[in-house]
Design a protein around this ligand. Structure first.
Ligand code: ZN
Length: 139
C-alpha cells in the first residue's frame, strides 16, 4: 500500500505549501502554520477529505502522525513538541500550538489559555492516542 496515492479518505499533496493553499487556515495564521511545518519532521502531507478539518503531517516510515494543522491551532506529538520551543503548550497527551486567530476554540475559556479538544483522526474521528497512530486507520 502506497502512502502517497489519493484515496477517497485522504488527498495527498507534494508539499505543505500546496496543502496550505487548499486548507481552511486563515491568512493571519499562515505564518505560524509554516513555522510548525518547518520544525516538525514529516514526509507526507494530506488533508482528510471527510472533514477537511486539518492538514496532516505524517511520517510514513513510522506510520503515524507528527502534527495536525487546524484553522486556529496545531496539534503536535509530544515527543516532537520540544522542536517548537515556546510555541507549543502541553495539552494532555498532545501539545497544542495556538494560532493568532482561533476560530474553533470554544468560548468561555480563560483569556489567553488554550482550551482545545483532544486531537481526533480526520478519517474515523476516533481520538488519537499519544503515539499518533490511529488504531482504526493506521494499525
Ligand atoms: Zn482513524
Amino acid at each position: 500500500m502506497s502512502d502517497t496515492r489519493d484515496t477517497a479518505k485522504r488527498k495527498y499533496y507534494a508539499s505543505f505549501e500546496a496543502a496550505l493553499a487548499d486548507s481552511n487556515v486563515p491568512l493571519e495564521n499562515v505564518d505560524i502554520a509554516r513555522q510548525v511545518a518547518a520544525a516538525i519532521p514529516h514526509d507526507t502531507v494530506y488533508i482528510p477529505q471527510q472533514t477537511k478539518a486539518y492538514v496532516a503531517l505524517r511520517t510514513a516510515s513510522e506510520r503515524r502522525l507528527s502534527a495536525t494543522i487546524l484553522a486556529g491551532h496545531a496539534w503536535v506529538r509530544s515527543d516532537l513538541a520540544p522542536l517548537l520551543g515556546d510555541l507549543a503548550e502541553h495539552q494532555g497527551n498532545w501539545w497544542g500550538v495556538p494560532f493568532p486567530v482561533r476560530r474553533e476554540v470554544e468560548r468561555g475559556s480563560a483569556r489567553g489559555a488554550v482550551s482545545l479538544a483532544a486531537p481526533v483522526c480526520g478519517d474515523c474521528f476516533v481520538q488519537l492516542p499519544v503515539t499518533g497512530i490511529c488504531d482504526n486507520c493506521d494499525g
